[in-house]
Ligand binder design. Sequence first.
Ligand code: ZN
Length: 461
Amino acid sequence: MTSLLIKHAYVVTMDDHHTELPDGGLFIRDGFIEQVGNSADLPSSADEVLNLEGHILLPGLVNTHHHFYQTLTRAVPAAQNANLFNWLKTLYPIWARLTPDDIFTSTQTALAELALSGCTTASDHLYLFPNGSKLDDEIEAGLQFGMRLHASRGSMSLGESQGGLPPDSVTDKEDVILADCERLVQRYHDPKPGSMTQIVLAPCSPFSVTGDLMRESAKLARKYGLHLHTHLAETEDEEQFCLQKFGHRPVGYMESVDWVGSDVWYAHSIHINPDEIAVIARHNCGVAHCPSSNMRLASGIAPIKEYLAAGVNVGLGVDGSASNDGSHLLAEVRQALLLSRLKEGITGYSLSNDPNRKLMTAREALWLGSRGGAAVLGRTDIGSLEVGKCADFYAINLNHLDYAGGALHDPVAALVFCNPRNVDYTVVAGKFIVKYGHLTTVDINNQVEKHNRAAKRLMSS
Ligand SMILES: [Zn+2]
């Protein structure tokens, strides 16, 4: 039994009533929130007491789409100015040299960046397993780090020789993929409240797996009550591929392979028409919105306001670090707000011709980052600060140059409108992962050195 008491913070609960407590706190016992309220109403002692006067405290951010291994191939010159398909073709041969150690190292690097940006639950999509690499390498790194992980067992089975995009050398046989999925579920998947590790089944994209693997993955996921995840409608190239190869647009293809339902979430979902938004809404599928990556690869702008208006669950993702090229989730909240507003401008938003249409607000963007992400991953135990929920949160000192002036007017808006900062505290299950601005489970200097050594070897071998 360990308890932690936080007092005197500006607490943003993200509960259904959007409660904010200007002088609030939390009482935590054994990783769960036992009380949330005004500081004066909380117990006076605990095993550890932290006075967070001058700090804002929010529910931990939930990252719904990433490829941790790509932290090793950021800003690669040949892939800097390419669109998705050419970017992938440039990077596949480099990724084919990844080793189990590379997966472990890159996972810890990505988690360190995420933790320092307020993330407490991360979903990762690992879809190539060269040189003996396994999803286990990532899960081990995640468990040692201490962040909640939804590890997506990705896959690629449709190589160039069969009309797919990736070289055959980075694809695997479908029976091997499905057997490994089942092994991972039995070894790691924990569906209980407070779970630290969940397994997701995640064939990579329509242009890298067969329809058979999509159907079989869906069957397996439903047998074990898992979630399903894939890239969808990211580019016009993909749309053309789906029409030619499968005779459907991407969403129609998903319906044809039984990939619709509240257990399914798609990354990106940019090139989607109003009828397809209605399909996604009707089936309660989720969407992982990755604004930085979509801008970096010139993929397009996802119709987020339309998804939200239709009732679709939308979460945020930083996407792989070779197309962002960072893992700063609070910065992604800001990008989501800015890109949504840009889209309104491009498509002719005008207060005068539609007074009911409003620009995305800072609080709405933060909601996508926590509550939205939790809903997309199918979790009701994270995403808000309420009694009985996981003690996952981050806190930032508002007395910084970046917030000077702004935080006085509105600390919540300052977090999104002002320059995104690293956090001072990140807590997962009541345990500090970031304390006084420093990571507690990883030595950052060693980590950067190890990471650079691996990245150099990958590029030169
Ligand atoms: Zn991706």
